[in-house]
Design a protein around this ligand. Sequence first.
Ligand code: ZN
Length: 507
Amino acid sequence: MGSTTNQTFDEFLSTTRTISDLTAASSVLGWDQETYMPDGAAEERAEQIATLNALIHQMMTSDKAGKLVEELVSNGSAADLSEWQIAALREFSREREQAVKLPDEFVREMSKVTSLAQQSWKKARSKSDFSIFRDNLAKIIDIKRRHAQYLGYKENPYDALIDLYEPGMKVEQLRPVFERLQEGTARLLDKIDQSGADISDAVLFTDFDPSAQLSFAREVIKKLGFNFTDGRVDLSTHPFCASFGIRDVRLTTRVYRDDLRSCLFGLIHEAGHGMYEQGIDKAYSRTPLADGTSMGIHESQSLFWENMVGRSLEFWKWAYPSLQSQFPERLSDISADSFFRIVNVMKSSMIRVEADELTYNLHIILRFEIEDDLINGRMNVDDIPEAWNTKMEEYLGITPANDAEGCLQDVHWSFGGHGYFPSYSLGKLYAAMFYQAMLKDLPEHHKQIERGEFGDLLSWLREKVHRWGKAKSPAELTNEICGEPLSEGAFLTYIEKKINQVYYNQT
Ligand code: ZN
């Protein structure tokens, strides 16, 4: 490449490195806040994080960054750049454009309104009283509608908000996929009903020593391939994965004595996110490419390990003897085969985060439809509780007894995360599509899982998904790996096979 371009790109890279370092520092503070920080530090910590985030915003939107991008793009010198450099430039420009479009006072207003709303949401949920949250939510909906206007869109303002989490995804593309997914799910729920099988998972909610649970879960993710030299595991109220760099990935989990699922599946899930981060090409370190390409693709990686692997019969044939030896008094009478069925019980329930693989998507479709109506002004804030309950009855056949287990259950709306929910179902659909493609390349993978060998699986994901970081968009990845755009077919095929195993004893 030309030496001027070379110099300009180096300057560009040095700017993005500073931004990446500040972002990592902010994440360390955020991680610490959720894990080890004493309660008394809360106020000072909020200021520290706000200061760093303001610095990041200033650098992103600075004229200097703008000129560097312009120089690299507009004078044609981009032709001299390599593929990854062009991708880094594209990613940075995309994020910069989104930041530049928002006036400073709007960003401040949004931050103030959402921080107040989170407090009122907590109170409203604990008292199960929507009226406590009502005014704050009305303000947030108004802010999100303005947010969409600032960002711009072609057909639907909700597209602009979805794009923040899933670049390029649109309501027009999602709606028919979700409609078919909903129809397929209803058919499969009938099929489960008709099996007449009644599998009790009550044993999972008895009594399991927390430290034994944690050490078992740690051993499992080590076997799966999470790298403890470049990562670690701590405890927090809500499990998450934070990355301060490709070689520093932090997972958290929680342990409930009376719920065997939470720690194990939670940690496998977070390790899936973590292995994605650890698998990004090291050359992308401290550049705009050193991150997962979208929320949906990120979620596909966690769900791939949690569900396709961690909830498979083969996995439990391998892992069960060890779990059983940890908890002989609870599990000695239960076989690996039965345990596989127990962790795959599928039935309608009120709370999204506790839902099974199949009915989970119905919770998302409900939120997607309500958000679309709210952002388009077709629904008023006061209509939310009733709309929620009506849809729960219609889609899942159950009605929340109160708003705490209805429209107040999720934190997302209180922080203005409208547009986020679809990512969860996208993750399920992408994971199943990738799984289908993987089956062709690794026909022996079942036997490998049964032997506790996960290396080929991880290498496949590394090669196809992880190493690219943000260098490929979600649509590019799906097309290249699966040869087709997003669809619900692979998921429905995958889950029907599991239903046949769990409810019809087919192997
Ligand atoms: Zn996740």
